[in-house]
Design a protein. Sequence first.
Length: 318
Amino acid sequence: MKLKDLYQRAIAEGINADIRGDSGIKKLLAETASRCQALTGRDKELFDRESLTNPFSDSRIIHGDPETEVKCFLAGIDVEGAEMLTAHTLRGRGVKIDLVMAHHPEGKAYANFYEVMDLQVDAYFREGISISAAQDFLSERKAQVARRVHAANHQRTADVARLLDVPLICLHTPCDNLAFQFVNALVSDKKPDTLGKVIELLMNIPEYDHAARFNNPPMIVSGAKDSRVSRVHVEFTGGTQGPQDIYSHLAAKGVDTIIAMHQSEDHYKKCKEAHINVIFASHIASDSLGFNLMLDHLEKCAGFLEIKEFGGFHRAKR
């Protein structure tokens, strides 16, 4: 499969799993096209035209010819200079590697990854919070993340990929969407009524079982094993953590439990104040879950792909 086809199929799969639905994504892309058409001069020149067809600002081909044939690649959750040098070294030893695929964004995909946070408005709306309130809560949090990311050295890993001429791609929200749908469907189907039973459900998933064997299991951080569970909100997608002040409003709508990949200490404290149970499912294991679901899809499309795991990723096929 050519790199461009692999990339486009991954984006399409991410769209299929997006909580905004096909109509929501089409509306988003149409609005993006309208903004582009209204631009002139330098603003139009600098506009990211990839956003006209790809709604996920955190997923891009970072380096490489889109026509590259991909049969074998390294897949990692975190890919930086060391991982790119590893790929280069392996290629020098005769190991066939056509591509490095990262989950977490790098380069231009990291520079404005916070744009995908708008997805969270729809996530909160699904829980009964009005669109206007959700947008108000998210706006300052999104601006906060934008200010932080603006200061980062975005191109470090991209520069290494360019100098070594190793193709690099990153797929973030498309994979997180898949992980969200998987865990959300599992919880909705099995309806665990205690935190202990939620943990049992997660531990039956290969990625979490694997993480537990390396001392990183899902953990209850607010509540106890026998704490009752009625309504669960899964925090798995939307770029990064949302606004802290949302939790009291989620609690008011009946949410009593949150399954998160991870949370900051401040987010955790706000959940405690709102009397919401919290489970950390394990960040990297959750990322591996979404990545694996995406790779299963890409393998099915390609017929065969040889995938080598590194960068914290553990391959588990379904």
